[in-house]
Structures are given as C-alpha cells and as structure tokens.
Design a protein around this ligand. Structure first.
Ligand SMILES: NC(=O)c1ccc[n+]([C@@H]2O[C@H](COP(=O)([O-])OP(=O)(O)OC[C@H]3O[C@@H](n4cnc5c(N)ncnc54)[C@H](OP(=O)(O)O)[C@@H]3O)[C@@H](O)[C@H]2O)c1
Length: 247
C-alpha cells in the first residue's frame, strides 16, 4: 500500500542502521525521502537504494548538532523538495563511560547530537509545518531514557530529554495539525550495538522476554505507522519496541 504517496520525509541518521531502515520503509510506503547523515558517502548509498524503488531521494551531509549548518540544510531541503511532511529525528551516538570517568566532551557530544540535534531540526521545519497545518515528527529515543543504564548517564539524559521534548512539542504544535511522537527502541542489531562484547550481549539477551534482539525494520514499521493515516490521532506518545525488555 502506498499510503505515503506524494509525501516528503526527512530522516536524520539515515546512512546506517535504524535510520536507513526507516528511510527505506517510508520509501516503500510511497514517500520521497531526504537522507541526512554525517558523511555523504552513507546517505548517498541509501538515497541510491531509494531511487531504485522508484522514489525521489536526496542525500545531505550535515552535523545535526551544528545550528547554522542545520538551518542552511533545511533551507536547501525546502527549496529542492518543495515541502516536507514527515521529519524523523533519528541521528544519535553513544560515548559510554562511568559517571566518575565521563569527560565533559563525551557528555557534550551525546547531548548535542541526540537532543540538541532533534531540537534544531524540529525548529528548522516547524514554520513550514505550521504554515501547511500538517506534519508528522517522530523522535527516536531509547528505553535507556526510561530506565537509565550504568555507564550511560549522558545517553540516558539525552534520550529522557528527547522524551520530554517530544511531549512539550506535541502540546505546542497539536493545534496546527502536527503530531509529535517518540519511539523508544530496546536492543536493536546495528553498528551501535555490534561494538558491545559477547558477554554483554548475552547479559542483555537474558532480559528480553522475546529472546532475540530487534532488527532495524522493527523500528521502521512503527515509524511508517506513525507517519501514515493510522497515526492521525496519536501525539505525545512513546512507543516502546524492545521485545518486552522494560515492560
Ligand atoms: N541500536 C540500538 O540498539 C538502539 C536502541 C535504542 C535507540 N537507538 C537510537 O536509534 C538511533 C539510530 O541508532 P543506530 O543503532 O541505527 O545507530 P548507527 O548504526 O550508529 O547509525 C547512526 C546514524 O546517525 C548518524 N549520525 C551520528 N551522528 C550524527 C551527527 N552529528 N550528524 C548527523 N548524523 C549523525 C550516522 O551518520 P554516518 O552514517 O554518516 O556516520 C548514522 O547514519 C539513535 O538515535 C540511537 O540512539 C538505537
């Protein structure tokens, strides 16, 4: 079903992992997609995959934490694509370490990318969403933002912040026909989690009732649902997709 035909989506962190799956999933549902990542190599590759599906795709390399670069990128996107209907704030990083040893730089990098990046992108497109009196904003948070995790104070703070941001923006923008929701994935098989040791992976697996790690496509399905007609009456919510880990 092409429920997103004639819609234009912007997906940050679309170069790999969950963002790539979301970008491809929205394209399969009919959307044209702007793929944003840090490096143009990755976003170009995904844009090429989307064009092969018969959709339009653009690749933009920008650091989501850089305010002036985000403003310039958003202007370019609006000029080239004409409009934007769906924004997925997915770009994210980890810089794990125990609180006592965590550097200020690692704190700042994670907060700037995961939280400020979503604020900058949302602000950059808010005016056009308000003007057209429609828009779907989907923020990729994490279950760690709900339950915390030793060694991830920076990451947990960024994702808990993103959930608060989601609910506040949902309240601000609802009267203009714009929905804002968060998805909180559990443990998903991507580059981000492949770096973890086998011991840690085995420990995590024991805590997942469905007894397997999630795949990027599991998150992409939820994003497609929220972006499409089924998401019309849903705003300010957090969708936990984690195989039952934090129920
Ligand atoms: N994997 C999990 O288990 C899991 C669980 C919960 C939540 N999440 C969240 O899901 C999101 C995606 O995670 P993932 O596992 O797919 O990560 P990933 O495989 O490491 O991919 C991260 C993507 O974000 C982009 N990115 C990172 N920093 C950026 C920046 N400053 N500006 C622009 N783009 C940037 C990367 O660009 P390049 O390709 O150019 O490097 C890449 O495309 C993140 O927000 C993460 O916190 C993941």
């Amino acid at each position: 079903m092409n429920e997103l035909a004639n819609q234009i989506a912007v997906v940050t962190g679309a170069g790999r992992g969950i963002g790539r799956a979301i970008a491809l999933g929205l394209a399969v549902a009919g959307a044209d997609v702007v793929c944003v990542s840090r490096t143009s190599e990755n976003s170009e590759k995904v844009a090429t995959e989307i064009r092969a599906l018969g959709r339009k795709a653009w690749a933009i390399a920008v650091d989501v934490a850089n305010g002036s670069a985000v403003t310039a990128a958003a202007e370019k996107i609006l000029a080239e694509a004409g409009r934007v209907d769906i924004l997925v704030n997915n770009a994210g990083v980890t810089r794990d370490g125990l609180l006592m040893r965590m550097s200020e730089a690692d704190w700042d990098t994670v907060l700037d990318t995961n939280l400020k990046g979503a604020f900058l992108f949302t602000k950059a497109f808010a005016r056009s969403f308000i003007k057209q009196r429609s828009g779907r904003i989907i923020n990729v948070a994490s279950v760690i933002g709900l339950i915390g995790n030793a060694g991830q104070c920076n990451y947990a703070a960024s994702k808990a912040g993103l959930i608060g941001f989601t609910k506040s923006a949902a309240r601000e923008l609802a009267s203009r026909g714009i929905t804002v929701n968060a998805i909180a994935p559990g443990f998903i098989d991507t580059d981000m989690t492949s770096a973890l040791s086998d011991e840690l992976r085995a420990e995590v697996l024991k805590k997942i009732p469905l007894n397997c790690f999630g795949q990027p496509e599991d998150i992409a399905q939820a994003a497609r649902f929220l972006a499409g007609p089924a998401g019309r009456y849903i705003t300010g919510q957090v969708f936990v997709i984690d195989g039952g880990m934090v129920m």
